[in-house]
Design a protein around this ligand. Structure first.
Ligand code: AMO
Length: 440
């Protein structure tokens, strides 16, 4: 077999993360990106990165051919390379192991200079990072965020499956608003106007009459103009909806779900999370719970002027966050501050059976008991100044046996901000969409 044929038949034999567990003398073919090169004259260290980690490839003058040395000196950082070599224990390397190469193949040479430093040695500003997101996402610290997201999704699915939920997928092109009219993206749907879904709200409610317990993990769209560290125009939400439960029941599910996520992550990534957080422990349950009215009273006592009935601003939430800390619920919101489908309290219609879950000042989730009687729902739509006609199809379902039900929506990326300890939602979304960013 010629060298060329031999090289064409190379297959990646191991992930970098597996190399440390191999016995000395093991033959490996590793493939990845040239993360960094350290040239000490007689010895060169190539740091080879793949999605699983970094391995040191040590090249000693005299131990390899001159042509290999020449080839190595031409390889630019971020080039894709394949290294065929032998594993050897080594004090010199972080992993405790290095690879001594026999052959190196350049699969794709990268251009130089790089748009940003993958090693993180030269910090890049936020815009540069977002503009060259493909490169930013190669940084091990950023890869970890999305490994974390993958595990969060797994943990949530595992938890809800265990509780008897089924995962559903609902339409994202809709005929009417679900969360209020102002934040709608219009789309031309052939000869009609349609809207991108702001949430799966109406469909998930309908589906409780078929499956009782449903969840959806989906992408939603809101034409919010505001530019904040917590809002995007396209975001993922985890939604549940359950028949024969009220808001207190689904708050319990949310609390347990968050704890399960922590337990799952602790089992999988304790060391990494400890490096980020100092320690990594699940939050204590039950989460502290205050009513909206109590929150207003507390804010006033702290000298903050807030009108009963208004939404709570971020500065106000920061004050509450100082008091209640990590995870806490604010319940029983004013009916006028919540959407039309939330059920007012019997006996005091000014407030409704609703909640928000907060982490310090960040709203992670919101939910509530729903109105399930047709007349009441129609009244509520009218009271909110919405057009009953555009909810005709939805209302029809309520004529035929809608069960009492409740649910919540949890912003996946907001939870990930907390778990990854990042201050801007854009950092925990692969390719964020905001008011000014439509690319990459
Ligand atoms: P709400 O509008 O509060 O409730 O949204 C639910 C959760 O989704 C997240 N979220 C966002 N994340 C990023 N960017 C945005 N623009 C954005 N908007 C919302 C937040 C928020 O708590 N249908 C109800 C839920 C329910 O009652 O079941 C709803 O959509 O974390």
């Amino acid at each position: 077999m010629s060298i060329l044929e031999l090289m064409e038949t190379w297959r990646k034999t191991h992930k970098n993360s597996e190399v440390a567990h191999l016995p000395d003398g093991s033959h490996v073919v590793l493939m990845g990106w040239l993360h960094e090169i350290r040239d000490l004259g007689n010895i060169k260290f190539l740091l080879l990165r793949d999605a699983s980690g970094i391995v040191q490839v040590t090249i000693k003058r005299g131990a390899v051919s001159q042509s290999l040395l020449n080839k190595v000196s031409r390889i630019t950082r971020e080039s894709v390379i394949a290294v065929k070599g032998v594993v050897k224990r080594s004090e010199r390397s972080k992993l405790g192991v290095e690879v001594l190469p026999q052959e190196i193949k350049v699969l794709n040479l990268s251009k130089a200079p790089l748009p940003l430093e993958v090693t993180g040695k030269v910090p890049a500003d936020f815009e540069t990072r977002m503009n060259s997101r493909f490169m930013d996402l190669r940084r091990p610290s950023e890869v970890f965020i999305f490994k974390l997201q993958h595990e969060v999704l797994k943990a949530i699915r595992e938890f809800l499956d265990e509780k008897g939920f089924i995962e559903v997928i609902t339409p994202k092109i809709l005929v009417s608003a679900t969360e209020g009219g102002a934040e709608l993206f219009k789309v031309q749907y052939f000869e009609r106007t349609a809207y991108l879904a702001q949430s799966p709200q109406l469909y998930k409610e309908i589906l409780t009459s078929c499956f009782e317990r449903v969840y959806e993990i989906g992408v939603y769209f809101r034409a919010e103009e505001s530019n904040t560290p917590y809002h995007l125009n396209e975001f993922v939400s985890v939604d549940i909806e359950v028949a024969f439960m009220d808001y207190k029941d689904v708050m319990k599910i949310l609390e347990e779900c968050i704890v399960h996520v922590y337990q799952h992550l602790r089992d999988k990534y304790y060391e990494e999370l400890k490096r980020i957080h100092g320690d990594f422990k699940e939050p204590q349950t039950p989460f502290p719970t205050i009513t909206y009215t109590e929150a207003i009273e507390l804010l006033r006592r702290k000298g903050i002027s807030v009108r009963w009935g208004d939404d709570l601003t971020t500065p106000a939430l920061r004050v509450l966050g100082e008091e209640y800390g990590d995870y806490y619920f604010i319940i029983d919101w004013p009916s006028k501050a919540k959407p039309f489908y939330i059920k007012p309290h019997r006996g005091n219609e000014e407030i409704c059976e609703s909640f928000d879950l907060l982490w310090h000042h960040i709203e992670l989730a919101s939910g509530g008991s729903r109105i399930y009687l047709r007349e009441e729902l129609e009244e509520s739509i009218k009271r909110k100044g919405l057009n009953v006609e555009s909810f005709k199809e939805h209302l029809r379902v309520f004529d035929y046996g809608m069960p009492p039900h409740a649910g919540w929506g949890l912003g996946l990326s907001r939870l990930l901000m907390v778990l990854a300890n990042r201050q801007n939602i854009r950092e925990v979304v692969l390719f964020p969409r905001d008011r000014t960013r439509l690319t990459p």
